[in-house]
Ligand binder design. Structure first.
Ligand code: GLU
Length: 512
């Protein structure tokens, strides 16, 4: 493929959904694979839907994911500006050109008139559409003399410009993912392309910019497929069909249940992130947790997102960004919806954690440990990371599940104690604690040897002793090698913990 130029064209109307990041990622991968150009274009022509902070959010989310634009509002480039509000003077002439060529027309219908027609039709269980049938009876330039049109426009009467969709035609796009998709023109409305305030709508601005920016491929979500019919007409009417980009509409992302489209509310309902970063909305309903804050590594998140709709056709699942760039093709993107399997996202993150160096994890744990008020060195945090990383899915889990490395035990797993603790053995276990205290070097190997010698001498099995030590030192049966944990905690702490635990175990067995 030669000279690939792709764009990610979000509208800053709120936080960028994780599906948007996938769209950006696929665009980026295709561009990088073919040494092409990945463009970020901010589509902010709809001022009524503009949300302050949303553009910054988009930039930060892309930066977090490592999806860096080659051209964009931050990078600049030869085809700029890359924010549509800064290009607004550019679109009017194309709308006028379409009117002059008879492919668009002025519509003077006021919003009140249109909503009155809409309600009348709704009363008859009909749906109003401004289209190639109804336009004959509406307040537009197709039904007026040239003088009447000029008079209205000169008198400053507000108008919109609408695309004149022909009657009885079919129009086909050869989608790179879906194959041929054919639309019937009689099903299409005459979309507004220029609004009363002189601003273009999405449809016009998007096509003009894709053309001027020499976009080769439009890769976007399936929800834009119906608009493609209008876009094809725009290309044709503007005389640009020979350089029209290729289209690829990505499959929907489905709810974790697989039933229906994933929505931003699903995240809140299920307590899982469906946004890349946390977003503080005006109220709680509009505030969302993010993959980043949830503890995901961005490489793992990308790997997971890449698989939401694409697969390499092999068994390999772990792909770095470079691997993805090498392997990605649009041919291997599927048509059917991709289930947002959050457990799979956690699994990916775990694979990345396991691959990460303990020292790197230790560094990442420093701020989290500070936030918890722990006074732990980076070296200690790296050690704990090494012991815990195969047992957790997310970096913060290391400190959540391994809190006992840094603070006293909060809870003892009582069910296990009721099963395993024999109060009559307390004196015996105290001798073991004394044996530990007498060790000159309190290493995992020495602690293990001492424990085994104790078991042999007293004819006790692993099941009699290890659960007692584990719960005494950690409170829980889950965790890394108990001897490694003990070495980390140190002699004094281990001895004190066992003393506290034995009293506690007796209470659990014989509540007063
Ligand atoms: N501005 C549109 C959006 O918010 C862009 C759709 C497209 O890529 O054409 O997703």
């Amino acid at each position: 493929m030669s000279n690939i130029r792709v764009r990610f064209a979000p509208s800053p109307t709120g936080a960028l959904h994780i599906g948007g990041v996938r769209t950006a990622l696929y665009n980026y991968l295709l561009a990088k694979k073919h040494k092409g150009t990945f463009i970020l274009r901010v589509e902010d022509t709809d001022q009524t839907r503009y949300v302050p902070g949303a553009e910054e959010y988009i930039l930060e989310a892309l930066a977090w994911a490592g999806i860096t634009p080659d051209e964009g509002p931050g990078q600049g480039g030869e085809y700029g500006p890359y924010r549509q509000s800064e290009r607004k003077d550019l679109y009017g002439k194309y709308a006028s050109q379409l009117v002059e060529a008879g492919h668009a027309y002025y519509a003077f219908d006021t919003p009140e008139e249109l909503s009155a027609i809409r309600s009348d039709m709704e009363a008859n269980k009909e749906v109003f559409r401004y289209d190639n049938v109804t336009r004959k009876n509406l307040n537009n330039s197709l039904n007026m003399s040239a003088e009447a049109i000029a008079e209205r426009i000169n008198s400053g009467e507000p108008y919109t410009i609408r695309l004149k969709i022909p009657r009885d035609e079919s129009i086909t796009v050869n989608d790179l993912i879906r194959g041929e998709v054919t639309f019937q023109s009689n099903e299409l409305d005459d979309k507004i392309i220029l609004k009363g305030d002189g601003m273009p709508t999405y449809h016009l601005a998007n096509i003009v910019d894709d053309h001027l920016m020499e976009i080769s491929h439009v890769i976007r979500g399936e929800e834009w497929l119906p608009s493609t019919a209008h876009h094809l007409y725009l290309y044709r009417f503007l005389g640009w069909d020979s350089t029209q980009p290729k289209f690829a509409h990505l499959p929907l992302i489905l709810k974790p249940s697989g039933k229906g489209k994933l929505s931003k509310r699903d995240g809140t309902k299920l307590g899982i992130p469906v946004f890349p970063l946390a977003w503080e909305g005006k109220n709680e309903e509009d505030s969302f947790i993010g993959f980043r804050e949830f503890g995901f590594d961005s490489n793992a998140a990308n790997n997971f997102l890449a698989f939401l709709g694409w697969n390499p056709g092999t068994e390999q699942e772990i792909f770095s960004m470079d691997d993805l760039i090498e392997s990605f093709t649009l041919e291997r993107v599927g048509k059917s919806g991709a289930r947002f399997d959050f457990d799979k996202a956690l699994w990916f993150n775990q694979q990345y954690l396991i691959q990460m160096k303990d020292e790197d994890l230790g560094k990442k744990l420093v701020p989290l440990s500070k936030a918890k008020g722990y006074n732990a060195s980076e070296a200690k945090l790296s050690k704990v990371a090494g012991m815990m990383k195969e047992r957790v899915h997310l970096i913060p889990d290391i400190l959540e599940q391994g809190y006992y490395f840094f603070e006293p035990i909060k809870d003892y797993e009582e069910k296990m104690i009721r099963k395993k603790w024999k109060p009559e053995r307390v004196l015996l276990f105290e001798t073991l604690n004394a044996d530990f205290r007498s060790l000159s070097s309190f290493t995992a190997a020495e602690i293990e040897t001492t424990t085994k010698a104790f078991m042999e001498k007293n004819e006790l099995g692993f099941g009699d002793v290890l659960p007692i030590l584990r719960i005494g030192w950690c409170g829980t049966m889950k965790g890394p090698s108990i001897f490694d944990v003990a070495e980390f905690l140190g002699k004094e702490e281990c001895s004190a913990r066992l003393n506290t635990a034995f009293t506690k175990f007796n209470e659990i067995k014989n509540p007063s």
